[in-house]
Ligand binder design. Sequence first.
Ligand code: CA
Length: 229
Amino acid sequence: MSRILIVEDEDSIADLEKDYLELSGFEVQIYNNGTDGLSAALSGGFDLVVLDLMLPGTDGFEVCRRIREKMDIPVIMVSAKKDDIDKIRGLGLGADDYMTKPFSPSELVARVKAHLARYERLLGAGQKTNDIIEIRGLKIDKTARRVWVDGTEKTFTTKEFDLLTFLAENPNHVFSKEELFRKVWNMDSVGDIATVTVHIKKIREKVEYDTSNPQYIETIWGVGYRFKI
Ligand code: CA
């Protein structure tokens, strides 16, 4: 749930904004002066700030400037005077949006949602996503090395995970036990090829509904194994 900080000294306006935002599922906290509002914002627990311009203590200009020095969260500035809005824009304080009082609370909610969505997209663009393979009910997170079968996480040993992932990444391709041993154990097949059979059995016990009729890893008699897609 997104947390919204309202810095507003007029209680009736602050309460109205809070009510509408809470009805839309946001968690809201109000500060009625700039100094406390600024320290709350800088504490880092909020996703967006609705900031009045004329405030006791530190005024909205200064609060906005100080927030921008430290963080990128959306700031929506509100003011009773249209002239002030022009002035804020002119100062380039880095506010994301401006609203002139009186405004309709539902307009505020709409803008809050739009700015949060835009901000989340920006954050998402900067984050690396995990490398995930999904085949029917099987989900393999290669980055986190975790596996789920129909939403239930299963525990795999290192080699079981490597073998399952290798097969799932090369579906419909038949591999001999020797090939799998070389690919997954990184050795020439001088080791015990039966290791592959043992690992396939363990994997099937975790991913198959019916190990005698496998849906994922098929046995190709006399040749090896194939991941069915
Ligand atoms: Ca005010």
